[in-house]
Design a protein around this ligand. Structure first.
Ligand code: FE2
Length: 299
């Protein structure tokens, strides 16, 4: 009996060590093709980053974010939860340095506004987190973060719309602030997406179905979100346990369809980081995604 207990304790310690030290820093690049461009259009590379939850000590993460510029993306989309420390804005902007010189757009997640607080890591597998956000005013320098990205020429899509022309393609964009904490104001971007644009992209942090449904009904072709961390602590051969939002676990990460009132594509990033108070990932590597937008099948 004693041997069994010792073996169990050893295996548990090894799993925790792996999740906190190895997998948390084992960054993955996911690649997807999304046929949303007009027939004959050249491919467009969209780099989707999310949920870096950056603190000044995460040098490996900063270095990996910086290396993503080598992918030569045409457009960068940041779906929020970028910082987790008052001093992290400068670190993030430095890490994103070369990416900020490219066309980019962003929305915020709740964790860009609120400093992380200690929480039971098992909350990640017990259901959505809501209430703690509602008890306090923002206490992270989100304005500095916004100003840094806007100064670089990136579009702020928090309850706003915009257009970009990249490689001759007219891209219509709309986004909302984080629906997870009810900061989304879809009515400010509501209405049919620009049918004259070459592609229409909707951006949000938390992929709440009520928001996905509205973007899809308005004719957006591709929806980008983060927030779920892909479940963060997953079970091998089973996958995500919880999504921390209204989305079902089967779409907690990766590219899927959202066939409600239309036919949008939905890409959910499993994100680059973790809360500093839950510094572990298991069977769910931290990631960024390169989405190659291609021409629709004209047949
Ligand atoms: Fe997050």
């Amino acid at each position: 009996m004693r041997t069994v207990l010792q073996a169990t304790a050893l295996a548990s310690a090894a799993a925790v060590g792996y999740a906190a030290v190895i997998e948390r820093n084992w960054f993955a690049l996911r690649r997807f093709e999304v046929p949303v461009l007009p027939a004959g259009a050249e491919p467009l590379r969209v780099l989707h980053i999310s949920d870096s939850h950056l603190t000044p000590g995460r040098k490996r993460l900063m270095s990996w974010i910086r290396s993503l510029d080598d992918l030569d993306p045409d457009l960068v989309v940041n779906t929020g939860d970028s910082i987790a420390h008052p001093q992290a804005v400068r670190c993030l902007l430095d890490a994103m340095g070369p990416l900020l010189d490219r066309p980019g757009v962003f929305v915020f997640g709740a964790n860009d506004l609120y400093a992380p607080t200690p929480r039971n890591p098992f909350r990640y597998v017990s259901g959505p987190s809501h209430l703690w956000h509602e008890r306090k005013d923002p206490n992270l320098p989100w304005e500095k973060l916004r100003d840094g990205m806007v100064a670089a020429g990136w579009l702020d899509l928090n309850n706003q719309q915009g257009h970009l022309t990249i490689a001759g393609l007219d891209i219509a964009l709309a986004g909302v602030h984080d629906p997870h904490v009810n900061r989304d104001r879809y009515e400010r971007v509501a209405g049919p997406a620009d049918s004259a644009a070459d592609v229409r992209i909707g951006v949000m942090h938390s992929p709440e179905p009520r928001v996905l449904d509205r973007f899809t009904a308005d004719g957006y072709d591709l929806l980008l979100a983060g927030h779920t961390h892909g479940g963060q602590l997953c079970l091998p051969w089973y996958g995500t346990l919880v999504t921390n939002c209204g989305l079902e676990r089967q779409r907690a990460r990766g590219l899927h369809r959202h066939p409600v009132n239309g036919q949008a594509w939905l890409h959910v990033s499993a994100g680059l980081g973790t809360s500093p108070w839950a510094p572990a990932r298991f069977a769910c590597r931290p990631e960024a995604s390169l989405l190659t937008l291609t021409a629709r099948d004209s047949s």
